[in-house]
Design a protein around this ligand. Structure first.
Ligand SMILES: O=C(O)COP(=O)(O)O
Ligand SMILES: [Mg+2]
Length: 218
């Protein structure tokens, strides 16, 4: 599939690793959760390789990495949600070029939606804290639909909500999850080079284009 920008009417933008560098938030919330369970913290590299498949996946992997018993997962989840809500956005920065890129999309008349695997309540609070929320018509999280990315369902549902055909709705993300979901939904896809792609170069996912900044798309 080749990317034809003039045919695009809307964009679905991923959050963690694409708009906001949230590793610091994950690091803090996980460290506090593990400390409460009397377990050692995990390192930043592990978090960067593991993030992207939803908070429950991250927590399950983290618990295993820290040597915690799988039976601790429910308790850990309760702690994690409380800690994440407390620090959400405090250790996170909007990447360079994001505001400019989103403004350029809006200037072209594109409709914008955010689709993340983060729980929706955390995504809304983070977008609000970073001043990005007013740019989006819809925000959907990992708990908004029955299945999350890399399943195409969230993208198909978002196209329905936007009223745009998948072929005219550009997915912009940072990982192979975003790319797989887009391919299966029939959306063209651009990946940013700077996010979290499970430690792999994004080009390996074979998106329609790779950009180093969101505003480099135009
Ligand atoms: O797994 C996460 O919570 C991050 O997800 P995202 O990259 O889809 O925003
Ligand atoms: Mg991401």
């Amino acid at each position: 599939m080749s990317l034809s920008l003039p045919s695009i009417a809307a964009a679905i933008i991923d959050l963690d690793g694409t708009m906001v560098d949230t590793v610091g938030d994950f690091e803090q919330a996980l460290a506090r959760t593990l400390a409460e369970l009397e377990l050692p913290p995990v390192d930043r590299g592990f978090i960067m390789r593991t993030v992207g498949r939803g908070s429950m996946h991250l927590l399950r992997q983290t618990l295993a990495q820290a040597g915690g018993a799988p039976e601790l997962l429910d308790t850990a989840w309760t702690h994690y949600q409380r800690h994440y809500a407390d620090i959400n956005g405090l250790h996170a920065d909007v990447y360079p070029g994001v505001l400019e890129g989103l403004a350029a999309m809006r200037a072209r008349g594109w409709r914008l939606a955010c689709v993340t695997n983060k729980p929706r309540a955390f995504a809304l609070a983070l977008l609000e804290a970073k001043g990005l929320l007013p740019l989006f018509e819809h925000v959907f999280g990992g708990d908004s639909f029955e299945r999350h990315k890399p399943d195409p369902l969230p993208l198909l549902k978002t196209c329905e909500a936007l009223g745009t055909a998948p072929a005219h709705t550009l997915m912009v993300g940072d990982s192979s999850n975003d790319c797989e979901a887009a391919r299966a939904a029939g959306c063209p896809v651009v990946l940013v080079s700077y996010g979290y792609n499970h430690g792999e170069p994004v080009a390996a996912a074979r998106p329609d284009r790779v950009v180093d900044r969101l505003d480099a798309l135009f």
